[in-house]
Design a binder for this molecule. Structure first.
Ligand SMILES: Cc1cc2nc3c(=O)[nH]c(=O)nc-3n(C[C@H](O)[C@H](O)[C@H](O)COP(=O)(O)OP(=O)(O)OC[C@H]3O[C@@H](n4cnc5c(N)ncnc54)[C@H](O)[C@@H]3O)c2cc1C
Length: 414
């Protein structure tokens, strides 16, 4: 029977960052994963480390935008009709959390965590040899109409109140940053303190290698075998049973598979998203991620090519892929940037693990001794991973946390 001080279930960017932070504190740690390290949601994201997040993506308030989504004309969102009754209560809670005053409240509650997001990655990247993936070039959001830009006013006011730097740009100023962008937009906002990575999988693997160098063990196993026995948590792995007094659930969109059998029901839904890689035409390049805000997709330069990621799809986590958003957005994307042919023939599908208030859960599992949660990082799990790892490791080790963990407690849903 193997034993460690802590077992972390799930080796996405969140679980690996938690495991690494625990190992840095001298704990013996086992990381249990059933697939490859970092190969699920953390593989295919847009690579933005968006430490400037003000408002999370919100339920549409513009009736026109909502109708476009309902009639499946929108590129920013898609849904499976048969799934809507199941997700309806979650959608209503998400809609309530999207009211202007709630968005402003969320912006303030999440700020301490986001404020550390990039700095904490830089610490882990430096010691993992992963700094080469990091680009501190900010990100650019472009707006095709004055109306959509005007709708940003509340968010920009809150950004100013929080002291977040940004630059409002006209077309020529945006093209000075990204000369290949075509003038199909009217306005842009440049967020200079955002960063991005050229290979999210490379970052997760580098953190995992650092974890191993500190003596951390990575084991193949199924987290659904987790159960309490005596004073410890036990999980079955390919190397046998493993016992630990502290267990961390970092299973991204699969967290409920383990939590619900333990009697912990949290409102975790998924917003699915896709990516495809393209080449640029001619000599066109991009230096940073660009969000085409009105159309609802992102283009990021990655090692594999230009990665286009889609907005939300509301469908069962394991339902077959339906990448129809590409049909709707590609003409617009080709209008904005000179995209060439596909760089590979793969359409990747991932599932953002989301709570309706767009805040992650980081902390103790309610009523379960020694059980900890690092789940629900939604649109910004890469961004928050290193700060989450630090915060949770501080809580588990009984250190003073670097920020107040109260806004991230699971109890807010009980
Ligand atoms: C299209 C798209 C674009 C995105 N863009 C960005 C971005 O630009 N910036 C950003 O910050 N975030 C972005 N995100 C969000 C980000 O990718 C996620 O929030 C993040 O990857 C979640 O990490 P995680 O470690 O919680 O989950 P995961 O990476 O999914 O890790 C969970 C792990 O648990 C394992 N697991 C599951 N069940 C079991 C089991 N029973 N036993 C053992 N192991 C199990 C899985 O195999 C997986 O490796 C994007 C997401 C999508 C879908």
């Amino acid at each position: 029977m193997a034993r460690s001080d802590a077992v972390v279930l799930g080796a996405g960017i969140v679980g690996v960052s938690v495991a690494l932070h625990l190992a840095r504190r001298g704990l013996s740690v086992a990381l249990v994963e059933r697939a490859g390290i970092g190969e699920q949601t953390s593989y295919g994201n847009a690579g933005v480390i968006e430490a400037n997040t003000v408002f999370p993506p919100a339920f549409p308030t513009d009736p026109g935008a909502l109708l476009r989504i309902i009639f499946k004309r929108a590129s920013e969102a898609n849904y499976h009709l048969a799934f809507l009754p199941r997700i309806f209560p979650w959608l209503m809670a998400f809609r309530a959390a999207s009211r202007p005053e709630r968005l402003a409240e969320t912006a303030r509650l999440i700020r301490p965590l986001y404020a550390r997001a990039l700095a904490e990655h830089e610490v882990l990247m430096a010691e993992s040899g992963a700094s080469g993936y990091l680009r501190k070039t900010g990100w650019l959001k472009v707006y095709r109409s004055e109306r959509s830009f005007a709708a940003l006013k509340h968010e920009l006011d809150v950004a100013a109140e929080l002291g977040l730097p940004l630059r409002q740009l006209d077309v020529a100023e945006a093209q000075a940053l990204e000369p290949a962008l075509q003038p199909v937009f009217r306005r842009a906002v440049f967020w200079p303190q955002a960063a991005s990575v050229s290979n999210p999988l490379g970052v997760t693997r580098a953190y995992a290698a650092r974890f191993a160098a500190l003596g951390g063990l990575t084991l193949a196993g199924d987290a659904r075998s987790l159960h309490r026995t005596g004073r410890v948590w036990r999980v079955e792995t390919a190397s046998g049973s493993l016992d630990a007094p502290e267990a961390v659930i970092a299973l991204g969109p699969w967290a409920s598979d383990v939590l619900e059998p333990l009697g912990i029901r949290l409102p975790l839904a998924v917003k699915r998203g896709y990516h495809r890689h393209f080449r640029a035409r001619g000599t066109a390049t991009l230096a940073r991620p660009v969000l085409d805000a009105d159309v609802g997709y992102l283009i990021t330069p990655m090692e594999q090519g230009l990665r286009i990621t889609t907005g939300a799809e509301f469908a069962a986590r394991d339902a077959p892929p339906t990448p129809v958003q590409f049909d709707r957005l590609m003409p617009k994307a080709r209008e904005l940037f000179p995209l060439g042919e596909r760089a590979d023939d793969r359409t990747w599908l991932g599932a953002r693990p989301c709570f309706p208030d767009s805040r992650p859960v980081i902390g103790r599992a309610p009523g379960r001794r020694g059980l900890w949660l690092a789940v629900g990082h939604a649109h910004w799990g890469l961004t928050l991973a290193a700060a989450t790892g630090r915060l949770l490791a501080e809580l588990i080790a009984g250190e003073t946390p670097f920020c107040d963990p109260t806004p991230y407690r699971a109890e807010r849903f009980l």
